[in-house]
Design a protein around this ligand. Structure first.
Ligand code: PGA
Length: 252
């Protein structure tokens, strides 16, 4: 049975004290939860990854990096490699977030390299994709998503897919307060699962967790998560308040 996942992407938020408090509060609350088939992930900024990984080591919480560079090492000032992440106990990385695509020019071609490097280092990937508003308005959203997934992931083999989590994040719903309706999310998730089933065996499609991201909050989480092909959420803003994040975990 595929896993449910609630992942908090902290983006460029929280300095030392805030990070520490948030980790502590989430850890305390998660302790009392019966998580069953659910994974809880938090993605703090790079500087606090090591400390956070240590802090949550004996808990049910996993830590993810928000990004990584595609090269093994070298003259890439300011960048972080997959090997560095592994060496501090990080086993998960978010790739292809729309903010990386939009503000840092990450293309499908670059993402292929990042995906391959991450897998080589046995990092599990939360791979983000999603259309912008114009694409949805012009009814082009399925094409866009299909291309993003095919280009970055369809060169992988079935075995590789055990290390892939998908995250559908319609760009128009990220940080805007506007959420895709549960029906819109379900429609896209089912479409993506079908794409994977056509390319691979259906058990690969059945096993891959597909998260929804974009203005998920305690008030709407349960309805979105109730949909058959929605296996959890990638949470931005609402992951910055322990209480909200924990409510969202409970919703699943
Ligand atoms: P949001 O961000 O929940 O603040 O909309 C989601 C994301 O970017 O992963």
């Amino acid at each position: 049975m595929r896993k449910k996942i609630v992942a908090g992407n902290w983006k460029m938020n929280n300095a030392k004290v805030e990070s520490k408090t948030l980790v502590k509060d989430i850890k305390e609350s998660v302790k009392g939860l019966e998580l069953k088939n659910t994974r809880v992930v938090i993605a703090p900024t790079f500087v606090f990854l090591q400390r956070t990984a240590k802090k949550v080591k004996k808990s049910a919480i996993e830590v993810a990096a928000q990004n990584m560079h595609q090269a093994e090492s070298g003259a890439f000032t300011g960048e972080i490699s997959a090997g560095m992440l592994k060496s501090i106990g990080v086993n998960l990385v978010i790739l292809g977030h729309s903010e990386r695509r939009e503000y840092f020019g990450e293309t499908d071609e670059l993402l292929v390299q990042k995906v391959d490097t991450a897998l080589k280092h046995e990092l599990e990937i939360i791979f983000c994709f999603g259309e912008v508003l114009e694409d949805r308005k012009s009814n082009n959203h399925f094409n866009i998503v299909e291309n993003q997934i095919k280009k970055a992931l369809f060169h992988l083999n079935s075995e590789d897919w055990k290390h892939i989590v998908l995250a559908y994040e319609p760009v128009w719903a990220i940080g805007t307060g506007e959420t895709a309706t549960p029906e819109q999310a379900q429609e896209m998730h089912a479409f993506v699962r079908e794409l994977v089933a056509e390319r691979y065996l259906s058990d690969v499609a059945e096993e891959v967790s597909i998260l929804y991201g974009g203005s998920v909050k305690p008030a709407n989480a349960q309805e979105i998560f109730s949909k058959e092909d929605v296996d959890g959420g990638l949470i931005g803003g609402a992951a910055l308040k322990a209480e909200d994040f924990v409510q969202i975990i409970k919703a699943i």
